[in-house]
Design a protein around this ligand. Structure first.
Ligand code: KIV
Length: 282
């Protein structure tokens, strides 16, 4: 309660708030790309991700590679306008941070300044550690993203689960950390406040979570992660196809189809607009 105004003020969650949730209450995170969905998500989530998955979901691209910084900023602004409580994290899109730490700072600082969001997310583990450290040291909280990193689709070759061989080796008694575990360690040591672990074999995601000092947020990873994230439109059942790791909590695609069919039939049959939808002279 703000004593001066006598009104209730809500403090937005910050990156340090989320960092402090390691092994605590589960972190609930969803994507949102626009104001009104952000408003709904904000009531129930700790973190709203303005993900570059908007390239697939909103714009119909096959990959996230064509998404630009300006597009992310526009959607980041929309989500900030629709939310009050959740930490808003905006993705750094492809080709706006990989070339150098300075390029990453220029892009991330634009996102922070022009949207007012609380953090950025970038993809990559060991190879991005110096950049994460550079950004954090200059006041920009960074969420890491390891495992399946969709911006690297052309080097990965497909969207399949990562780390199966690494997990199998561990199951057979090997104890040296493999590349994905090294990525997790590097992201945490570099000073990220949390990391997304995407499509990583369950035992490996569990092991990374257990050894990581920062919260892990799983998507197709493990129930042991410190939190979970999904793409909102996947959860709503708006998209025809969803990945194995998605639980559909609605069938919005079907509802939209039924509503559009009913509207088209009403217009064609003269049932819409009815008298109450038109303006009288007085
Ligand atoms: O862009 C995105 O929506 C993401 C999530 C899938 C984690 O990075």
């Amino acid at each position: 309660m703000s004593a001066a105004a006598g009104t209730t003020t809500t403090r937005r969650l910050s990156a340090p708030d989320i960092r402090s949730r390691k092994a605590g209450d589960k972190i609930v995170m969803l994507t949102a790309y626009h104001t009104y969905t952000a408003r709904i998500v904000d009531d129930h989530c700790d973190v709203i991700l303005v993900g570059d998955s908007l390239g697939n979901v909103l714009y119909g691209f096959d990959t996230t590679l064509p998404v630009t910084l300006d597009t992310m900023i526009l959607h980041g602004q929309a989500v900030m306008r629709g939310s009050k409580k959740a930490l808003v994290v905006v993705d750094l899109p492809f080709n706006t941070y990989e070339a150098s730490k300075e390029q990453a700072f220029a892009s991330a600082s634009r996102i922070m300044q022009e949207t007012g969001c609380g953090a950025v997310k970038l993809e990559g583990g060991v190879r991005m550690a110096d950049t994460i450290d550079f950004l954090r040291g200059r006041g920009i909280p960074v969420m890491g993203h390891i495992g399946l990193t969709p911006q690297s689709i052309h080097t990965l070759g497909s969207f399949r689960a990562q780390g199966r061989a690494e997990a199998a080796q561990l199951a057979q008694g090997g104890n040296g950390a493999g590349p994905i575990e090294e990525d997790g360690r590097a992201v945490a040591e570099a000073g990220a406040f949390a990391m997304v672990v995407e499509a990583v074999a369950e035992p490996l995601a569990r092991r990374i979570t257990q050894s990581s000092p920062i919260p892990t947020i799983g998507i197709g990873a493990s129930a042991a992660c410190d939190g979970q994230v999904l793409v909102l439109e996947d959860l709503l059942g708006l998209l025809p196809r969803t990945a194995k790791f998605v639980r559909r909590y609605g069938e919005l695609g079907l509802s939209v189809q039924q509503a559009v069919e009913a509207y088209a039939a009403d217009v064609r049959g003269g049932a819409f607009p009815a008298a109450e939808h038109t303006y009288n002279l007085f």
